[in-house]
Design a protein around this ligand. Structure first.
Ligand code: ASP
Length: 438
């Protein structure tokens, strides 16, 4: 019988689950074994996992830059950019508001935290993060120093500078053409690097999962099970319900095909807990597997990673109701509206990196006067929920990109509907470097 090759997605999922099992076993049975902790968890797993995440982060800025230049220069009519931006922005806000409304509704119905005994949970030490004011969020969009923006990886600033730069390449006309073509080729090169990374991903993801689950025991969840399961339920409903209904109604595309093609992206988001580090994989999937045109994807994906966090909003909604219940504080309908508004605003000002959801939660708590100690209560299990909500965050980014692309006729439905579109191929390194053309 001919041997069927396993797809990269299947390999990634298999290694991800293996990492989860190995990590959980170490946590349960070898927590005190110094040899395993030193050489395996904090040695091998740590080194491989960090190398892998660093490799992903390394790709984000050059990929976004070249892809955006190629994308803007590739649009036939620059005025469409504004329209695409506004559509994406409004949809991002809408999905975040829907996500947190769903979360609050479920949490109010189920009522996690009622009768909760605070003493059952070991409090994690708390450092309250400081949130930037809205005025600063707005003024920060324009970088006073683009080099600093690049060095700090400030995505909105990088996007602002790059889009302006790309529009001016178009303005100078014929003289700018070679720069645009160069950016297109550099974008192809970066995409090839992303494909290479996909080949090493199974082992990188295994290491990340094994390390996380070695350090994070499942028993922490038990006393917090009501909070944990309501967040998980709301995340699942938003991902498979709200987003899919929007894809079907507004995008008129098959949610099933979409979800199937998103599995690799979700696995990356889950294991890295960072939608930012996942950008290379999201961009590649949205363009090559879902068929969205580079001119749309290059713009909406990094934009969404920064301003759209549905999963994070869900955690905030449930956390607010949970903590209010724990401390016996009554929230009324106007508080809930404030929470929804704050969560939407907070998502604009923060970038998708691990744990940033707690920073946003502090902003929300501040606004409705909930005790900050409440955050310490949920911090202990935030690592696991962070993984889950990041997977929902990237799914939201890709769903809105697909919907806007469909509305703008910037999607190849042939690619979208083709299950094998751009599956990652075997790598064939050239034996000889190509000779320069004479
Ligand atoms: N880790 C999330 C992300 O990168 C943000 C958060 O919820 O903490 O999307």
């Amino acid at each position: 019988m001919p041997q069927q090759k396993m797809s990269v997605t299947s390999k990634i999922l298999l290694w991800m689950i293996s990492g989860l099992i190995v990590g959980s076993l170490i946590n349960a049975f070898a927590n005190e074994v110094m040899f395993i902790q030193d050489y395996l968890v904090n040695g091998l797993f740590h080194v491989i996992g960090t190398l892998f995440v660093n490799t992903l982060k390394m790709l984000v800025i050059p990929l976004v830059t070249f892809s955006l230049i190629a994308g803007v220069c590739g649009t036939t009519d620059v005025s469409t950019l504004g329209r695409i931006g506004i559509k994406a922005f409004l949809l991002f806000m809408l999905t975040t508001a829907l996500a947190i409304t769903l979360a609050i509704t479920i949490a109010v119905i189920i009522g996690p935290g009622e009768g909760f005994d605070i003493k059952t949970v070991g409090q994690t030490e708390l450092t309250i993060p400081v949130a930037p004011p809205l005025t600063q969020i707005i003024t920060d969009i324009v970088p006073a120093n683009p080099i600093a923006a690049y060095a700090n990886g400030n995505m909105l600033q990088i996007m602002f500078f790059t889009i302006l730069f790309a529009i001016c390449i178009l303005i100078i006309g014929e003289r700018g053409r070679s720069i645009a073509q160069g950016a297109e080729k550099l974008n192809d090169v970066m995409m090839a690097v992303v494909s290479l990374v996909l080949h090493i991903a199974p082992i990188g993801i295994f290491a990340l999962m094994a390390k996380t689950f070695s350090l994070q025991g499942w028993e922490l969840i038990l006393p917090m099970i009501s909070y944990f399961s309501v967040v998980a339920l709301a995340l699942a409903l938003h991902m498979t319900g709200t987003l899919m209904v929007l894809l079907k109604l507004l995008g008129r595309v098959s949610p099933l095909i979409f979800l199937k093609k998103m599995r690799t992206v979700q696995a990356f988001a889950f294991s890295t807990s960072s939608s930012n580090a996942t950008i290379p994989i999201t961009l590649r999937t949205v363009e090559k597997r879902l068929g969205v045109d580079n001119s749309t994807a290059s713009f909406i994906v990094p934009f969404g990673t920064t301003i759209n966090m549905d999963g994070t909003a869900i955690m905030q909604g449930v956390a607010t109701v949970f903590i209010a219940n724990v401390y016996g504080i009554n929230l009324d309908i106007s508080d809930y509206f404030t929470i929804i508004g704050m969560a939407v605003l907070a998502s604009i000002g923060t970038v998708g990196i691990p744990g940033v959801g707690l920073v946003m939660l502090a902003m929300v708590f501040n606004q409705v006067g909930l005790p900050m100690e409440g955050i310490a209560l949920i911090m202990g299990i935030d690592r696991l929920l962070d993984m889950m909500r990041t997977a929902v965050n990237v799914t939201g980014d890709a769903a809105i990109t697909t919907i806007v692309a469909k509305a703008e006729n910037k999607i190849s439905m042939e690619t979208f509907n083709d299950p094998d579109a751009d599956q990652v191929e075997e790598i064939h390194l050239p034996h000889e470097a190509p000779l320069p053309e004479k």
